[in-house]
Design a protein around this ligand. Structure first.
Ligand SMILES: Nc1ncnc2c1ncn2[C@@H]1O[C@H](COP(=O)(O)OP(=O)(O)O)[C@@H](O)[C@H]1O
Ligand SMILES: [Mg+2]
Length: 222
């Protein structure tokens, strides 16, 4: 079980008159094995918070703990190892690599880590995501929904403890959105993963086990 805890977190951009308090003293704990949604208006600090929690963006002050590991005291190598092995990322843009095929995209995080590819698990994942007939294709031969499913498979390939998703369904139609959400919820229930997801979709937020609302860099409800 990986516990994620944020203490007195601040992220300030710029100085003086142009100072932006993107994260203005946030404290929170993410419940393991649950689906937490982060909501709030555009510019409220959701992405900054997610990036800070995921070890992608160093806060101005405050701490992020994964269990007893104080993430931003780790050196770059150790932090990237945690990101690679414990975290999975899904963004609105799929960030697939165009010159390698779907299968190679999916196993990429495993191939660049020291872990061995768990072929059975990967093949299970590919089947669940309905990508079996697509694995030899290149990303540009797939629809948007299919590409997002490849991005999800890639995020899950390393069996991460925590999946961070920033509006992963933002570019998808409602049918594909539902498919993608069903898969992510399946991961929480079946693989006991923790899902932290930013969304603008009320229906998705309502289906989360915990909802954190951000406004002006502060938590206004949790
Ligand atoms: N790299 C940056 N440099 C300067 N300001 C930034 C940067 N990233 C985000 N901000 C500002 O921080 C605030 C929060 O941004 P963001 O976390 O992207 O909000 P959200 O994801 O809720 O739309 C916004 O005012 C945004 O303009
Ligand atoms: Mg954002």
């Amino acid at each position: 079980m990986k516990n994620l805890k944020v203490i007195d977190l601040k992220k300030i951009y710029g100085k003086g008159d142009s100072e932006v308090r993107a994260i203005d003293n946030i404290n929170l704990e993410i419940q393991p094995h649950k689906f937490t949604a982060i909501i709030g208006q555009s510019g409220s600090g959701k992405s900054t918070l997610l990036h800070c929690m995921a070890g992608l963006d160093k806060p101005t002050s405050g701490k992020v703990f994964m269990d007893d590991l104080d993430l931003y005291t780790l050196n770059d190598d150790k932090l990237s190892k945690i990101r690679r092995e414990e975290f999975g990322f899904i963004f609105q843009s799929f960030n697939l690599i165009p010159v390698i095929n779907v299968y190679e995209n999916i196993i990429l995080p495993v191939s660049i880590s020291d872990k061995k590819v768990d072929k059975e698990y990967i093949s299970d994942l590919i089947n669940k995501l309905g990508l079996k007939s697509q694995i030899k294709k290149f990303p540009n031969e797939l629809s948007g929904g299919q590409q997002q499913r490849v991005a999800i498979a890639r995020a899950l390939a390393n069996k991460p403890s925590i999946i961070f998703a920033d509006e992963p369904t933002g570019n998808l139609d409602s049918k594909t959105t539902k498919e993608v959400m069903d898969i992510l919820k399946f991961c929480v229930n079946e693989y006991k993963q923790t899902l932290v997801m930013i969304t603008h979709n009320d229906e998705i937020a309502e289906s989360a086990e915990n909802v954190i609302t951000i406004s002006d860099g502060k938590i206004i409800s949790n």
